[in-house]
Design a protein around this ligand. Structure first.
Ligand code: GDP
Ligand code: IMO
Ligand code: MG
Length: 421
């Protein structure tokens, strides 16, 4: 069986911490999409670690971690990350596997990402500039290079061919930056990558399923950044939703079990695009400060606002969410009043649906007010220690979504999580 943990908002919901927490119940943890645009924060031996490409189960010895075919992989970031992980005594030869169909992010993909963003001017996506979009474009355009191609003696010829194509595009953008240094570290990192366990991902994962192993698929980004269902064009370039597990790992739909959706107790977004409940005021500033809302990959300040049940309801629908984990509840500790968005006003009409072209329709959020708990909760370890006002907030969300919050996370630490159902 394959259970899934994924983000229900615009990313950074705390997936890394939650995957790390649940990993002990699984034999395999697999990433199925995205790439180094992700930044998943975990605390290991009280040290903060941010993982971009390696699945968040890697710190549990004995668990197999798979980078699936749906991921786009930057060998340079991977090498750095492997060094960090190895410094904790983890033997990656034993527990990290990479699917041979995984597409490679080339230095010119990063350059193209940058050139494309610059050319968009004030309509820029706010990409992490890790080369995600151009790499997926080469995948669907049937030009990309894959991890398994590395073992092919024609690899360099294929690389040069693609690089020349990219150069023509870069010339078109009038992109002048010298990327020689990027290429040097890329080729060095490829030698490192070749030493890792490169496998046929689909046979690998299906043999695990057949052997009755428990698998956890780890999503990156969030449902509202999904290429099909997110706030297009302000999205990432992969299917971040549960359906992405099937084509991102080669797993048939009947093998999917629980779909665990992670949401913050409020909402954030980093980068451009619509965000109906965004608070561009002191309250938003306080959420950012208290929640330490700065990007784990880029360090950019995250935009902050109240929880949006219209968007969450949509995310639960398209993912088939069976359980919810609510993170960062402790960040709301200091607020005496909270608001929950229960509907949008779109074109003058009240609606509970996410509209097409959210960027142009500009939905106005309609709120219901709730009393805050106004007391510290990060020390709580049992449901009985949680304030009644928090329970009211949670049960309202459960009722609205028709899916229950099973866990509340009340701090970044591994032990700061409470089972409530
Ligand atoms: P991800 O991309 O979904 O894995 O999330 P990020 O790691 O980008 O951002 C989540 C941030 O919130 C990280 O700094 C975590 O350490 C932190 N975090 C996770 N859960 C909690 C929580 O319950 N409370 C607090 N205060 N911080 C949390
Ligand atoms: P995790 O896994 C938050 C956002 C970028 C930008 C848009 C497109 O840590 O939750 P891209 O680099 O994919 O071309 O950027 O998507 N974005 C994320 N926002 N968390 C992420 O990952 C993100 N990955 C991409 O900020 O708006
Ligand atoms: Mg993140």
């Amino acid at each position: 069986m394959v259970d899934v943990i994924l983000g229900l908002q615009w990313g950074d919901e705390g997936k890394g911490k939650i995957v790390d927490f649940f990993a002990k119940d699984y034999d395999v943890v697999a990433r199925f999409q995205g790439g180094p645009n992700a930044g998943h924060t975990l605390y290991v031996q009280d040290k903060k670690v941010v993982l971009h490409q390696i699945p968040s189960g890697v710190f549990h010895p004995g668990i197999i971690n798979l980078i699936g075919n749906g991921v786009v992989l930057d060998p340079v970031t991977l090498k750095k990350e492997c060094d960090t992980v190895a410094s904790f005594g983890i033997d990656l030869k034993k527990n990290l596997f990479i699917a041979e169909r995984t597409h490679l992010i080339l230095p010119t993909h990063r350059a193209l990402d940058k050139a494309a963003e610059i050319s968009k001017g004030n309509q820029k996506i706010g990409s992490t500039l890790k080369g995600i979009g151009p790499t997926y474009m080469d995948k669907t355009g049937r030009n990309g290079l894959r991890v398994g191609d590395l073992l092919d003696k024609n690899f360099t010829t294929q690389y040069i061919k693609l690089r020349m194509k990219h150069q023509r595009l870069l010339d078109n953008y009038n992109f002048q930056e010298d990327i020689t240094a990027w290429e040097e570290e890329f080729f060095e990192a490829l030698e490192f990558l070749k030493q890792l366990n490169i496998v046929n991902g689909e046979y690998f994962i299906n043999s695990q399923i057949k052997a009755g192993k428990r698998i956890l698929a780890e999503g990156a980004q969030g449902s509202m950044l999904d290429i099909d269902f997110g706030t297009f064009p302000y999205v990432t370039s992969s299917n971040t939703i549960s359906a992405g597990v099937c084509n991102g790992l080669g797993v048939a739909p009947q093998h999917i079990g629980e779909v665990i959706g992670v949401t913050k107790a409020y909402c954030t977004r980093v980068g451009g695009g619509p965000f109906p409940t965004e608070l561009e005021n002191e309250t938003g500033e306080e959420l950012r400060k208290t929640g330490n809302e700065f990007g784990a990959t880029t360090g950019r300040p995250r935009r902050c606002g109240w929880i949006d049940l219209v968007a969450l309801n949509f995310a639960c629908m398209i993912n088939g969410v069976t359980r919810i984990v609510m993170t960062k509840a402790d960040v709301l500790d200091a607020f005496s009043e909270l608001e929950i968005c229960t509907a949008y006003q779109v074109d003058g009409k009240e609606s509970r649906e996410v509209p097409f072209q959210m960027d142009r329709r500009k939905p106005v959020p309609l709120y219901q007010k709730f009393a805050g708990w106004n007391s510290p909760t990060s020390q709580a370890r049992t449901v009985d220690e949680l304030p009644a006002t928090m329970k009211t907030y949670v049960s309202f969300i459960n009722k609205y979504l028709g899916v229950d919050i099973h866990y509340i996370s009340n701090g970044p630490g591994r032990d700061q999580i409470i089972q409530v159902k």
